[in-house]
Write a protein that binds this ligand. Structure first.
Ligand SMILES: Cc1cc2nc3c(=O)[nH]c(=O)nc-3n(C[C@H](O)[C@H](O)[C@H](O)COP(=O)(O)OP(=O)(O)OC[C@H]3O[C@@H](n4cnc5c(N)ncnc54)[C@H](O)[C@@H]3O)c2cc1C
Length: 471
């Protein structure tokens, strides 16, 4: 009875997409999830909650209108943690409902409990009520995701010294906050709280942040953060975090500087949730960050019937890419043909302002020795930007001088994570600068920035003399 063609451990984006794909290929599929509800980190503590929080913060604070009405403009004067939670709970319920429906419609069986290996084809599942079941499978997908990294020297208390899961449970909005770690998660929360009038300091051990993003975009982004009084401290590690007698958090940096705030968010990394899987029993081993190694084309591990996808396999650790990985893994596992993932995928950082990027950065183009030209558009140059009261926002495109093809698109500003898909399509369809110059864009839109940036590059690249070589 407990024999399946394909068993998925973890119901986040990778597991969910894999399970449905295998079910659509008429396989008998089971999803094992240890959380009380399906959805994984993405639905319960990661993507959806942080984006809902962001949307609520921007709406209630009137952030998007401040370009027009001034920095003092507010939609709601006193925003509470409860205001933020209310919308979050409604959104999460909706997401879970959609997922449950997808599973039942596709006849994907579900089991609530924690899975661990007995051997490469058998899992032991301990349910919440203590009952233990054994499940056997022809193929298994590990899509167990990650959990926040909690080093022993940080005295987490779940109230004012917290990780990125606990931030969703806070009872009051802090007046000041220190965010340790300027990775994507740290930056997103730091800028969301800054939009809610919390005084934010970011501490990052490296000399820069988001080093996989085009440098010019990061510089513009940092300028915008500093312009609204956020403090960015680079090149400093945290020696000690403690609370004083009045309950205020004190963060001592290696250079001796002491920072104080009402709340500390530790957001410096995540580790793969592989610790309880008893991997030795199936012949797998995780690395020192709990991650699993896979073949990047098929997501097969070194044990042929076991696959891994999503955050547990490491970069880029996005819900969007996890879904694709899950789909490819499921198809390969059940013997269906698979296609290569597209060369370029978009990366979205839902900070305030948003950053989104697809393709090569200017630094990567230089490292590869490709002769290139850049085109830039400022959102304030577009009529839509005027209407929206935008005084910031930048869209940058990089073109090859040899093939005239678009090599990368990089955006910081309002709507970046939506706008990037135009560039992504041109990039993956191998389009050239002529696409942007010769096509009409809706007016007034921020997408018109593509036309402006295209023309900016084209003016320096000169007219197309002969058909561009097909690379
Ligand atoms: C704060 C934050 C913001 C984010 N924002 C974005 C964003 O804007 N866009 C984006 O694309 N991505 C974002 N991400 C990343 C995104 O959430 C992850 O890439 C995605 O959730 C990874 O999916 P996954 O399938 O690997 O598993 P996860 O979503 O991590 O889910 C894994 C599931 O496995 C279950 N599990 C683990 N071990 C076991 C076991 N032994 N037995 C049974 N079940 C088990 C867990 O309970 C969990 O439900 C964000 C992440 C965080 C933390």
């Amino acid at each position: 009875m407990n024999q399946y063609d394909f068993v998925v451990v973890g119901s986040g984006p990778a597991g969910r997409r894999a399970a449905i794909q295998a079910a659509k290929l008429e396989k008998k599929v089971l999803v094992i999830e240890r959380g009380s509800r399906v959805g994984g980190v993405s639905v319960h503590t990661g993507t959806i909650p942080s984006k809902t929080l962001r949307e609520t913060a921007l709406n209630l604070s009137g952030w998007r209108e401040r370009g027009f009405y001034g920095r003092a403009y507010r939609v709601k004067k006193e925003i509470s943690a409860e205001d933020l939670r209310r919308r979050l709970l409604i959104t999460l319920d909706h997401e879970v409902d959609v997922l449950e429906h997808q599973f039942s419609r596709n006849r994907v069986a579900q089991l609530r409990g924690e899975a661990k290996f007995i051997d490469a084809n058998t899992l032991e599942v301990t349910k919440d009520d203590g009952e233990v079941l054994h499940v056997t499978a022809t193929a298994i997908l590990l899509s167990v995701g990650t959990k926040p990294f909690r080093p022993p020297h940080i005295p987490f208390d779940g109230v004012s010294i917290i990780d990125s899961d606990e931030i969703l449970e806070i009872k009051e909005l802090p007046r000041s906050m220190i965010v340790i770690g300027a990775g994507v998660i740290g930056i997103e929360y730091a800028t969301i709280f800054s939009a809610l009038d919390t005084t934010v300091t970011i501490v990052e051990p490296r000399d820069t942040m988001l080093d996989f993003i085009d440098k010019e975009i990061v510089e513009d982004f940092c300028y915008q953060l500093r312009d609204r009084n956020m403090k960015l401290i680079f090149g400093q590690t945290v020696e000690k975090v403690e609370k004083d007698a009045a309950g205020k958090c004190r963060v001592t940096l290696r250079n001796g500087r002491v920072l104080q705030a009402e709340m500390v968010l530790f957001a410096a990394g995540r580790v793969g949730a592989t610790g309880n899987l008893n991997l030795e029993a199936c012949g797998l081993e995780a690395d020192n960050r709990g991650r699993l190694k896979v073949d990047p084309a098929t997501f097969q591990t070194s044990v042929p019937n076991i696959y891994a996808a999503g955050d547990v396999v490491g970069f880029p650790s996005l819900a969007s890419t996890s879904m694709e990985q899950g789909r490819i893994a499921a198809r390969h596992a059940v013997g269906a043909p698979t296609s290569e993932p597209p060369q370029f995928f978009p990366y979205g950082i839902y900070a305030v302002p948003e950053i989104s990027t697809c393709g090569l950065t200017e630094e990567e183009v230089q490292q590869r020795g490709i002769p290139y030209e850049c085109g830039i558009a400022h959102f304030r140059e577009t009529s839509r930007g005027h209407i929206m009261g935008l005084d910031s926002g930048l869209l940058k495109m990089i073109f090859s001088l040899k093939t005239r093809r678009l090599l990368g698109v990089h955006i910081v500003g309002e709507g970046a994570t939506e706008l990037v898909h135009i560039g992504q399509a041109v990039l993956n369809l191998k389009g050239t600068v002529e696409y942007f110059v010769e096509n009409t864009f809706n007016y007034p839109t921020l997408a018109e920035g593509y036309k402006i940036a295209g023309l900016d590059a084209w003016n320096r690249m000169g007219e197309l003399k002969a058909p561009a070589p097909i690379a």
